[in-house]
Ligand binder design. Structure first.
Ligand code: IVH
Length: 674
């Protein structure tokens, strides 16, 4: 007993020490002991806890990293939706925002704004029950997110237990805190370097690496990735707290890290001035920001202003200008895509911009080169927008060298030497040889990609090797790789383990639904969206193959270039043979819908009135037609059903008079699913 009391005292003391060092290290960025001294404290605590397991508490620093894998990230509904911010790009936008705020509030109100940094990470919601961390969730679509509690707990700047502010009485039985989880630029660069050495796919930017890390199954890996959080709001506490600035203060009293670059401003001019100041600080911060956030300070005013669609009327993002860099255009190379498109690629003098070194940029097509008057040897201006791919936005003409060389498009395919052609209505050049190695590689890469067959591990590098070794050429040969297991293992650097993993991923891909398979086939212009529409219209690939072009063209949002391209694709015997082989490999070429469903509405006529909430008019029409029915515009005795949405028109009365069957949206959807 005495032993246990002693142990308890020691355990408590160690926890307090560790927490204190965590605070100094992570919050104040001012550590007072070395990493190894810190590790020793943790080890000692771990040892004592393992000897006295009943003394373990959920807020012990040893409880941050769980050992269980998160197999599924369960959906969670946010009690209050997680909104997104409308963007402003100019002073005018900002003054408009201020005007709308004023218009939305009684004239007597004094408006103040809090300006904060807009951290470029992933937003999370964390629940505390009676002061203890209960759960954490991603934003998801704003309404439903995913539960990532085990991963959130590993983040040292997220308290496992709230500190209770002594200065005030605040109910802590149920608290939801929101904030931004981010990765420091330095940690991101280090992580990418490690991934590069390990031959793994690189993260595009710190935001993606933070978001990707939060969705990992193993919290032990997450804990090594050094994520951090800035907390920016406590939601649903208007009764006890009256402003955003108070909320920020309270958050830091609770033990969260609140970003110090924040200011309470007395009008929009002061807010704008502070935003500009923040923009100049951007380069010196160790984390990425993509702007500032301006929020109405008073929570009461926020409530009056409310939201519009998915954004609050009381806050707005002030976006910073895209970062630019200069570089020299050393050369242009021509890349051949999977459909044969020849794209110019700018080979640049390497330059660092927004978290990565850029040495190449795409120029889309030759017209863009002409339009921007870009020449080899030019000093060019690069920009990185919201996405990763850098753009050449222009040339510094003043500094053009007399030796700069105009760019000439190739006359033959740079990969296979075949002739090129330029379709009349397009700007792009194409390689006419569908057996061009670049096209073969491109097609295979597309087929295996995430949005298509999703074969993990089968990326550019492996495809290049397999194509070079003559192991791969057409899609179906991917499913034959398992018969070459030994050969594959012998290939340099690949081992039995990674090959088996790959072969498993290949087998798994056989379960991909029809729409993904259709997309994977790489029919020109048939993107993921079109493939989905086609797959829900036709019950099988055979139906699509034999469909007249007019039927394809009749599908909502399927235009002529798509329908023609589909016809061309299936008129090629080689493609049909590949499909036959993929069929015998067991890929899904039928839609998930029961075949029976097809004609349930055969010859039934429908009239629609009022607006539907679940479906658009067009979608409703498509569905009726897909099931064999007809849609007409006015009621007659022959009409079978009138579908009424909200605010129906005069058709409603007419249908009643003619005793036509009237159904609401819910009944309509049930009918479709019968
Ligand atoms: S306020 C209700 N404050 O920006 C307004 N958001 O587009 C939204 N973000 O999903 C939350 N820093 O991930 C707020 N200081 C900050 C922020 C911030 C970054 C992110 C957040 C949100 C997105 C809004």
């Amino acid at each position: 007993m005495g032993m246990s009391i002693q142990a308890q005292k020691k355990i408590e003391e160690l926890r307090k020490q560790i927490l204190d060092h965590d605070h100094k290290y992570y919050v104040l960025a001012d550590p007072v002991i070395s990493d190894s001294e810190y590790d020793m404290l943790v080890k000692e605590l771990e040892k004592l806890e393992s000897e006295n397991p009943d003394l373990i508490t959920p807020d012990s620093p040893t409880q941050r990293v769980g050992k269980d894998l998160t197999k599924v990230f369960n959906p969670v509904q946010h009690k209050i939706p997680m909104l997104s911010l409308a963007n402003t790009y100019s002073e005018e936008d900002l003054f408009d925002f201020d005007r709308r705020v004023k218009e939305g509030l009684p004239e007597s109100e004094t408006i103040r704004y809090v300006v904060e940094l807009k951290i470029d990470g992933a937003s999370v919601s964390i629940h505390y029950i009676n002061g203890y961390l209960q759960s954490g969730a991603t934003r998801g679509d704003g309404v439903i997110g995913e539960e990532i509690t085990a991963n959130v707990k590993t983040i040292k700047t997220v308290p496992l237990r709230l500190k209770i502010p002594s200065s005030r009485t605040y109910p802590i039985n149920d608290i939801e805190v929101r904030g931004e989880i981010y990765m420091k630029i330095g940690d991101f660069l280090k992580l990418n370097k490690e991934r590069e050495i390990a031959g793994e796919k690189l993260f595009a930017n710190p935001r993606n690496s933070a978001a990707g890390t939060l969705k990992m199954q193993d919290p032990r890996i997450v804990s090594k990735r050094k994520l951090s959080m800035f907390a920016y709001s406590i939601v649903g506490n208007e009764e006890v707290v009256s402003s955003q600035s108070e909320n920020l203060k309270l958050l830091s009293e609770f033990g969260f890290v609140v970003n110090p670059e924040t200011k309470l401003c007395s009008d929009i001019h002061e807010a704008l001035e502070f935003c500009r100041k923040l923009e100049t600080k951007r380069e010196s911060l160790p984390y990425e920001i993509d702007g500032a956030v301006i929020k109405v300070n008073s929570l009461k005013q926020q409530k009056i202003l409310g939201n519009i669609a998915k954004s609050p009327r009381w806050a707005v993002a002030y976006k910073f200008k895209a970062r630019q860099a200069f570089s020299r255009l050393n050369d242009i190379t021509w890349q051949v895509g999977r459909t044969g498109t020849i794209t110019p690629v700018a080979e640049l003098e390497p330059v660092f911009l927004s978290g990565s070194t850029i040495s190449r940029a795409t120029l889309h097509n030759f017209d863009e080169i002409k339009r921007k008057d870009i020449r080899i040897g030019d000093k060019v201006i690069l920009e990185k927008g919201g996405d990763v791919i850098p753009k050449i936005v222009g040339v510094v003409l003043k500094e053009r060298d007399i030796n700069s060389k105009p760019i000439v498009p190739p006359s033959k395919c740079p990969v296979c030497g075949s002739n090129l052609f330029k379709p009349e209505d397009e700007v792009a050049l194409y390689c006419e040889n569908s057996e061009c190695p670049a096209q073969i590689r491109g097609r295979l890469e597309h087929f295996a990609s995430r949005g298509a067959m999703d074969i993990e591990g089968l990326g550019e590098a492996l495809i290049n090797i397999f194509v070079d070794k003559g192991l791969l050429n057409t899609y179906d040969e991917i499913y034959n790789l398992k018969n070459h297991r030994k050969e594959l293992i012998d290939i340099e650097r690949l081992g039995a383990k990674s090959i088996d993993k790959l072969l498993n991923a290949i087998e798994k891909s056989k379960k991909q639904p029809f729409s993904k398979v259709l997309y994977a086939l790489g029919i020109r212009y048939v993107g993921a969206g079109a493939a989905k529409k086609l797959a829900s219209w036709f019950n099988s690939i055979d139906e699509l193959i034999s469909a007249p072009e007019e039927e394809i063209l009749g599908i909502h949002e399927i235009g002529e270039s798509i329908s023609q391209s589909i016809k061309t694709f299936f008129s090629n015997v080689k493609n049909l043979q590949i499909i036959e082989r993929l069929k015998s490999d067991g890929l899904v070429f039928k839609s998930e819908k029961k075949l029976l469903n097809k004609n349930v509405l055969l010859n039934k006529t429908f009239v629609l009135t009022g607006s539907l909430s679940e479906l658009s008019r067009e979608e409703a029409k498509d569905k009726i037609i897909a099931l064999g029915g007809k849609v007409i515009s006015s009621i007659s005795k022959k009409t079978d059903y009138l579908v009424v949405g909200e605010k129906p028109g005069s058709k409603f009365d007419k249908a009643k008079a003619l005793a036509i069957k009237i159904i609401n949206e819910k009944e309509f959807i049930e009918l479709l699913n019968e």
